[in-house]
Design a protein. Structure first.
Length: 331
């Protein structure tokens, strides 16, 4: 199936992993992780996973909530006092469910400090938010990036240290880290865009400093399915916390657009995860997105104990659709 996906999409490389009943049944790839040196794609190829990073940030927040070190309905300003006026009603739950009213991104190519990240929130008295918190849904990576500061403030340790000790380590995610530009990362693949005449060109590099929580983590398909397995096995948090994380938060997705609200469905929203049903009616949770020439998805079917991860090093590429085509192989 990976070969078919690669031929249909023209991606240089496609990598996927599948876990059933807590066991990784497959982790591999087809094509090239890096074209210049003809490095084969594999289950242990490392890529920036973009918005799938939000899954691990969500787990960290849920762990701290389980320990009563924060509450999901705490106001964001409780942990970030420097937020501008007009943001005081935004809660952690709003951020985790993309109902905060914060914009999609910070709108800057490079963020040099956390103060700059906070400063990117508009400070006009009537326009710090797109809408009143909780009234609509608008995907916001900017909001998720602010959660890094919350996690660090509450835990008393750096963001990467927290994740290593409490998420990546316990889940067995040995090749997952923050995408720190200066690091040499073994087995790292490259991202690409379509060129002329069926060729590919390199996607420009990005500095993701202070954007780690939303879009700035490196991982492999093998590590990503291990995350799903650890969640389903209650390795990272209690069954009650997992149930809270997976509980639907919105009766309907009331999508906010510049021209006004519309209704969007059937996708649902849990804490930090999008929700949907596949073609045979099975419910699943997922994170997906794209960044820097790479598209990724993590799909979790808790009831079926089925976890799927897929990464392709091409943009545009519909990783969610490709991941669902693999899910269809495990009815």
């Amino acid at each position: 199936r990976l070969g078919e996906i690669r031929r249909e999409t023209g991606a240089p490389g496609v990598m996927a992993a599948v876990a059933v009943d807590g066991t990784v049944l497959f982790a591999g790839g087809v094509g090239w992780a890096e074209l210049e040196n003809q490095v084969p794609a594999a289950g242990v190829t490392v890529h920036n996973i973009g918005p799938v990073s939000k899954a691990m940030t969500t787990v960290a927040v849920m762990q701290l909530a389980e320990q009563s070190r924060l509450r999901l309905d705490d106001r964001l300003e409780q942990y970030i006092p420097s937020l501008p006026a007009g943001v005081e009603d935004v809660t952690l739950r709003h951020v985790l469910t993309h109902t905060s009213g914060l914009r999609l991104s910070d709108g800057r190519e490079k963020i040099g400090s956390f103060d700059e990240l906070v400063g990117a929130i508009p400070r006009s008295p009537n326009a710090p938010l797109l809408f009143s918190p909780g009234s609509f849904w608008a995907y916001s990576s900017h909001g998720f990036n602010l959660l890094q500061k919350v996690i660090e403030s509450v835990s008393g340790v750096g963001f990467e240290d927290y994740l290593q000790l409490n998420v990546w380590g316990p889940a067995g995610m040995g090749r997952t880290s923050l995408d720190i530009a200066s690091r040499i990362v073994p087995r790292r693949g490259s991202g690409y865009k379509p060129g002329k005449g069926g060729t590919h060109i390199n996607s420009p590099s990005l500095d993701l400093t202070f954007r780690y929580a939303a879009d700035g983590m490196l991982s492999t398909v093998q590590d990503l399915v291990r995350l799903g397995v650890a969640i389903n096995a209650n390795v990272l948090m209690s069954p009650g916390s997992v149930a809270t994380m997976h509980r639907p938060q919105l009766e309907e997705i009331r999508l906010f657009t510049g021209d006004g609200p519309t209704l969007e469905g059937p996708t649902g929203q849990a804490i930090g995860w999008l929700m949907n049903k596949d073609g045979i009616g099975r419910s699943y949770f997922y994170q997906t997105g794209m960044i820097n020439g790479v598209s990724a998805v993590l799909i979790n079917y808790p009831a079926e104990h089925l976890v799927i991860a897929l990464i392709a090093n091409l943009l545009p590429f519909d990783a969610h659709k490709a991941g669902q085509s693999i899910a269809g192989m495990y009815p």
